[in-house]
Design a protein. Structure first.
Length: 423
């Protein structure tokens, strides 16, 4: 790989073991995955698929082997795992997170949302670009998360929400220097000028995050670049102008990262660990005080709630947004553009209520279900009908994880897997 000369000259001054750094670009990138505890435990997944090397700073994350399952495999369709670049897993796992309401401000395609969802009570997962927000929504549905709302807003639009979030993750758009080994387009597009323009944009995003963060709340800032201007430079500039303090990262991550100007601002290099480039730092708003959040639950639609209870045995609120009904991800209705306000329960076709795939993905383990082996699961995700004694709506599962929905007549299971998701 031919790297830009200006980039090489900049890296010489900041990267330890520089020759090893350059040699790393001739090596194959590592792949990893996170086991989705919402669908299956890490221990149960390893029992299904065999032992994997653990990512040392994340107990439920593992390095992929050469012949690891792909996105077409039923386990992936069932949301058991999420593939992610290993160093990107370090960001959320670097800190002990305790948050009621969190925001992943620049979230697509969703890797850090997947990491955050089981660590916070409620999560707003946002991306500014509609096409990327749709990808984000699809991944959240596949994971079966019940506590995640997906939005499509410019970061500045969160300012109108007021200072309500306990935690905001800003995985900022950047020049992508840390992804050069995986993305030659990033190499071709790189320039000093682009990096500096990214730094200005990143600082502006932090300003918006500050206006949406409660007193005493935390911002986790990360990039996948090595640029000092985009990393330490952005954080130091922000700290000079705002009353925040750096947060000490966990020892579990400092053993696998290094730092340039401050030990609480960490760097992940491809020649010092299995993964690409990553930078992260957490800053806490030091003012005291508490925040009041208004409970803004919308009145539940009792007929749909009754349908859901009959199907799952659970008493859940079901509210209407447009032509669809949702099980809200949180008891707060924020003034945002929602792609998904929670688990989409379904909608009416004429006078008949049709349950949505997301309902089966999120709550299938509570329904009557048919257990599939791998061969039957492959047929299911191709859209084929299956045999089974189930009557009415239910879920099909593999390895204990819900794959999707069916409707049985006592001998045949009508396949309800969405056509757009089929192999």
């Amino acid at each position: 790989m031919r790297l830009p000369e200006d980039f090489i000259n900049e890296m010489k001054d900041i990267v330890p073991k520089f020759d090893d750094f350059l040699n790393s670009y001739n090596q194959k990138p590592a792949r990893a995955f996170k086991v989705n505890g919402n669908k299956i435990s890490a221990a149960d997944y390893i029992a299904l698929c065999g032992q994997r090397e653990n990512v040392p700073f994340a107990a439920d994350c593992f390095y992929a082997i050469e012949n690891e399952i792909r996105g077409t495999h039923p386990y992936h369709h069932a949301g058991m795992i999420y593939f992610q670049e290993p160093s990107a897993m370090s960001v959320v796992n670097a800190f002990d997170i305790d948050a009621d309401l969190a925001l992943d401000m620049c979230a697509a395609p969703g890797g850090k949302t997947v990491q955050l969802a089981d660590k916070v009570k409620y999560l707003v997962s946002n991306d500014i670009t509609p096409s990327r927000a749709l990808t984000l929504k699809s991944n959240v549905e596949r994971m079966g998360f019940t506590n995640v709302a997906v939005t499509c807003n410019d970061p500045c639009e969160f300012e109108k929400c007021g200072q309500i979030f306990d935690l905001i993750l800003v995985d900022a758009p950047c020049s992508g220097e840390g992804m050069f080994r995986k993305d030659e387009t990033a190499v071709a597009q790189w320039s000093k000028e682009h990096s500096l323009s990214c730094a200005d944009r990143q600082y502006a995003i932090l300003l918006s995050a500050d206006k949406a963060l409660r007193q005493g709340g935390t911002i986790i800032y990360s990039t996948c670049t090595f640029s000092v201007a985009e990393n330490e430079g952005v954080i130091e500039r922000f700290l000079q102008n705002h009353d925040y303090e750096l947060v000490k990262p966990s020892q579990r991550i400092t053993d696998y990262t290094t730092y340039l100007t401050h030990p609480y601002m960490r760097r992940f290099y491809p020649h010092l660990g299995k993964g690409e480039g990553q930078f992260f730092a957490a800053i806490r708003k030091v003012e005291g005080g508490s925040i009041r959040r208004k409970d803004s639950r919308v009145k539940s639609d009792y007929s749909v709630a009754a349908f859901v209870k009959e199907l799952t045995g659970l008493s859940l609120d079901c509210v209407r947004y447009g032509d669809n009904f949702y099980i809200p991800a949180m008891p707060y209705a924020l003034d945002l553009r929602y792609m998904s306000g929670g688990v989409r329960a379904g909608g009416y076709v004429g006078k008949t209520f049709k349950p949505d795939h997301y309902l089966f993905s999120a709550y299938g383990s509570f329904m009557q279900n048919a257990v599939l082996d791998e061969d039957a699961a492959v047929k299911y995700i191709k859209g084929e009908q299956l045999e089974g004694s189930m009557k009415g709506f239910g879920a099909v599962t593999i390895g204990g994880a819900s794959l999707g929905g069916v409707k049985g007549d006592g001998s045949v299971l009508k396949n309800l897997y969405p056509k757009g998701l089929r192999n």
